[in-house]
Design a binder for this molecule. Structure first.
Ligand code: COA
Length: 322
């Protein structure tokens, strides 16, 4: 994982807009988050996270066969960040696939890596979730329902083929979309549907900022995530009590708590760190996974579930024997 150095507290935000530390903690669980400074980039965070992952795995960048890069906040409108990371890593002309499935980005990205590997197409796939949300936040009263939630950072996983004796395996997938709700959590502009694409009025009207109907997102997220975890447990022939760890997308601590309750999981079965990071969109799961591994919460052979829900709506889960 890699996050910007700058820490932004709730009190810092209350100096920019009409909000309080108490409101943010109570409604979201967030205490602080990392926000970029000039010169930082989502590509830069993903490069640092990849270098750290390679060091942990004792691998060279040249061993990576393909990059699957999830971000909803790419450095530029086009091309996506995958190619910039490929260049920064200096790893020849390996394929770089950008996906834009927002908060579900890491789950969808991992499913692509799993399919690439199981089909024999590639052996070692770098899956990235990296975001720089803060430059797109409306830090006035108008944007207070989103700007206190979203944050910056990256997490990556190097996914590699292994023989059965190693025991690690992705056991089951569950992936969904429901586009009729796209307008409940979206960034309207710039969009090619508009003629011309970039319009000064859109910027003035705030259409370039992330827009969210928090209550509706909350309602759908707390239904879809438990449903999806139950689906992968059933496909994998496992029960919730067998899970060593569930890492839910860190959207809001209250959402995670409700998911936990609906699945009947103990506190020690669910990992949350939104208190310190906010919602880093596609990066929340790999950042949390990295912390959980550091804390020794997972050992080889343990059952891990990851689940995400977000803009699209898109959601999904994976059941993994770590
Ligand atoms: N500080 C203070 N007050 C705020 C605020 C903030 N940062 N943001 C919103 N409010 C106000 C609203 O203006 C509203 O005021 P009003 O009653 O005078 O109109 C009041 O708080 C309640 O707003 P509401 O949006 O109904 O609050 P809520 O209890 O639903 O909580 C969220 C808002 C955003 C925290 C909550 O809906 C949520 O977490 N939703 C899910 C969001 C999410 O997870 N998104 C990411 C998914 S990937």
């Amino acid at each position: 994982r890699a996050v910007p150095e700058r820490v932004v507290t709730n009190d810092d935000l209350s100096k920019l807009m009409d909000t309080t530390d108490e409101w943010i903690r109570q409604r979201t669980g967030i205490q602080q988050r990392h926000w970029a400074v000039e010169g930082d980039s989502a590509t830069g965070f993903s490069l640092l996270a990849t270098q750290r992952a390679l060091a942990k795995a004792g691998m060279e960048a040249s061993e990576i066969d393909a990059i699957v890069y999830a971000t909803s906040t790419s450095d530029h409108f086009a091309p996506g960040n995958g190619v910039y990371l490929q260049k920064a890593l200096g790893i020849g002309t390996v394929p770089a696939l950008d996906i834009r499935t927002q908060c579900s980005g890491f789950v969808y990205g991992l499913s692509i890596a799993d399919a690439y590997i199981k089909s024999g197409m590639y052996q070692t796939v770098l899956v990235v979730g990296s975001e720089l949300q803060s430059t797109g936040m409306d830090v006035t009263d108008r944007g207070r329902n989103t700007s206190v939630i979203f944050a910056d950072g990256a997490g990556v996983a190097i996914v590699q083929a292994c023989d059965e004796a190693a025991g690690s395996e992705i056991l089951a997938w569950d992936l969904h979309s429901e586009g009729e709700h796209a307008g409940l959590l979206w960034v309207d502009t710039p969009g090619s549907i508009y003629h011309p694409r970039n319009q000064a009025e859109h910027i003035a009207e705030g259409k370039g900022f992330l827009d969210m109907d928090g209550k509706e997102v909350f309602r759908h997220a707390t239904t879809r995530m438990p449903e999806s975890i139950n689906a992968v447990l059933e496909k994998g022939g496992k029960r919730a009590e067998e899970l060593a760890l569930l890492i839910p997308h860190q959207a809001n601590l209250r959402i995670s708590e409700m998911v936990q309750k609906r699945l009947g999981l103990r506190d020690d079965q669910v990992y949350n760190n939104i208190q310190r990071y906010g919602n880093t969109t596609s990066a929340t799961i790999p950042i949390a996974l990295d912390e959980a591994l550091e804390q020794g919460l997972l050992k080889r052979g343990d059952l891990l579930a990851i689940t995400a829900f977000g803009s699209g709506f898109l959601w999904g889960s994976a059941l993994i024997r770590y």
